[in-house]
Design a protein around this ligand. Sequence first.
Ligand SMILES: Nc1ncnc2c1ncn2[C@@H]1O[C@H](COP(=O)(O)OP(=O)(O)OP(=O)(O)O)[C@@H](O)[C@H]1O
Length: 231
Amino acid sequence: MITTSNLTKKYGGTQVLNMGSLEIPKGQSFGLVGNNGAGKTTYFSLLLDLIKPSTGFINSNAVQVNTSEDWKPFTASFIDESFLIGYLTPEEYFYFVGELRGQNKADVNKVLLQFQDFFHDEILGKRKYLRDLSKGNQKKVGIVAALIGSPEVVILDEPFANLDPTTQIRLKSIIKDIAETQGVTVLISSHDLLHITDVCERIVVLEKGEIVKDLETNTETLKELEAHFAN
Ligand SMILES: Nc1ncnc2c1ncn2[C@@H]1O[C@H](COP(=O)(O)OP(=O)(O)OP(=O)(O)O)[C@@H](O)[C@H]1O
């Protein structure tokens, strides 16, 4: 589904990403971990054509993301609050995203209904602008908006950060469900090793822009990651 080939990114003379090659199959829940500055957001930004590669390319469903726009209809993401529109209410934003994805209000309402628990009565019907929501509630809006219109690829940068424990647990079951039962390819990054091993069937560790581990998640993975990061 997602093929990364000889991908590098340099800023000035400094190389911040050197991924070599990486294959992510359809329906995989894929986790990216690494210390601050390891290159996680850089990789996601390249995947979304927010920045250009220095060398190499990424193909998503056989579409080269930096030369064609055809990956956009099946790809959704929430990287940070710059994806939101501060002067809209959550409802206005969801309907706006729905329109972009060919979904009418009734379709969007159906999606929102499934996320009532996740919203915990803090998002809908509050007549608050997105800019006035707490960081965690902004994140909830961004994540749910990314799931409107049944995307085939969902990219979430640090989705657990700023969320309360209840919401983190709910988010884990949402991510597992869309990957396992709907065949969605989910890419997430996180600093939370417990959550990422819970939710991802594969975990790649980045260090200074390079892949240093590529693990199929099993009962030993959390220990292995903890040992890796303790050094
Ligand atoms: N526009 C830029 N100009 C120069 N360097 C940049 C730019 N954007 C990112 N970098 C550098 O690229 C490296 C990788 O950053 P990136 O944000 O991808 O790391 P990350 O793994 O997401 O980190 P974190 O866990 O802190 O979010 C860092 O050294 C960062 O300073």
